[in-house]
Design a protein around this ligand. Structure first.
Ligand code: FES
Ligand SMILES: [Fe+2]
Length: 358
């Protein structure tokens, strides 16, 4: 498989929402690797390669028996570590009968998976999105399949000026594209910050209907991207001129934490996880339904555009040169980090003896 050239393997990726992983087998391809997810009877999430060692039958098409998976083709049975504990017709289970298992961590409503070298899978490296599991916030969320390479979604999210054009009437207003950004790059921790503070802006329906603000707003967009997977947009909405207090408290503003997890499925497709957490109208189901529907619509507008771009890129001649401008500084920094992460993974892989994965 040639995935190493395209993906940063030694990184944590969101594989699913915790709510998606249960006692039904869930098959999902991450970084080109088919994986089956399930939950043991005691509730632990498990991730195993989704391919029976016997004749490759997908384990996700099979069935759970307690904490083991019984292959739906000839009955090879695997425990939660991927070891085969039963084969039909003979008592001796071949020593090599096992499928790879993957480290998983559940945090902030997500199931994170590590595809690369097990020894480096440090859960402390997983970036946080605490709002998604915080009772002080109400969250709506979903996942849309994207038939485009993940780098196109990174580009898309790092430059929100497209809201004005692609999402006009939903979250886009003229001020988004017209207001300059500031970009900060934390080289050491590999985090990129892109901010756009609009002092006096039109209120798009997304925020007008959810917050109830009438008239113009002060609108702040503060992006925090933790490559490769986690993208946070801290969105602050307030009536024009209302600013946070000197001590940092901000009681008169509305805060929305927009979270994306960008997980490559294959070289040309991506899992586009999105979540919108708010600190107001916590119990208002109408607001929840409105934000869920609106955000999904916005995500699908991006999906449509990026699916078109993927086909454009696949069909173009070698050496086509894009033109970048000021709005692209965050996206360009992201590309640089991703390239570095991919190279680091490659170097690591080259330095190690070829190991039999187990
Ligand atoms: S393919 Fe799984 S038991 Fe034969
Ligand atoms: Fe968008």
């Amino acid at each position: 498989m040639t995935t190493t050239a395209t993906f940063a393997r030694n990184q944590w990726y969101v594989a699913a929402y915790s709510r998606e992983v249960g006692r039904e087998l869930l098959g999902r391809t991450i970084l080109g690797e088919p994986i089956v997810f399930y939950r043991t009877e005691s509730g632990a999430a498990v991730a195993l390669a989704d391919r029976c060692v016997h004749r490759r039958y997908p384990l996700s098409e099979s069935r759970l028996d307690g904490d083991t998976i019984v292959c739906g083709y000839h009955g090879f049975t695997y425990d939660r570590s991927g070891s085969c504990v039963f084969v039909p017709g003979q008592s001796r289970v071949p020593r090599t009968a096992r499928v790879p298992s993957y480290p998983v961590v559940e945090q902030d409503s997500f199931v994170w998976v590590w595809i690369g070298d097990r020894d480096e899978a440090d859960p402390a490296l997983i970036p946080r999105a605490p709002w998604l599991a915080d009772p002080a916030y109400t969250t709506v969320s979903g996942m849309e399949p994207l038939a485009a390479r993940y780098s196109l979604l990174v580009d898309n999210l790092m430059d929100l000026s497209h809201e004005t054009y692609l999402h006009g009437g939903y979250i886009g207003t003229p001020e988004v594209a017209n207001t300059p950004i500031t970009t900060e790059v934390d080289e050491e921790n590999e985090v990129i910050y892109v901010s756009r503070h609009m002092a006096d802006a039109e209120c798009p329906s997304f925020y007008a209907r959810s917050t109830g603000i009438e008239g113009r707003i002060t609108r702040w967009q503060d992006i925090e991207y933790h490559p490769p997977c986690l993208y946070l947009l801290h969105s602050r909405i307030a009536p024009v001129g209302v600013l946070p207090n000197d001590d940092g408290t901000d009681p008169d503003a509305f805060h929305v934490e927009v979270v994306y997890a960008i997980t490559p499925e294959t070289e040309h497709s991506t899992h586009d996880f999105w979540a919108v957490a708010r600190d107001f109208a916590l119990d208002d189901e109408e607001v929840s339904a409105f934000l869920a529907e609106s955000n999904r619509t916005v995500v699908l507008q991006d999906v449509t555009a990026l699916n078109i771009l993927e086909r454009v890129i696949e069909g173009e001649r070698d050496g086509y040169q894009e033109l970048s401008i000021n709005i692209d500084t965050g996206g360009l920094a992201a590309r640089r980090f991703l390239k570095r992460m991919i190279e680091r993974g490659e170097r690591g892989a080259a330095a190690r003896p070829v190991a039999v994965r187990s």
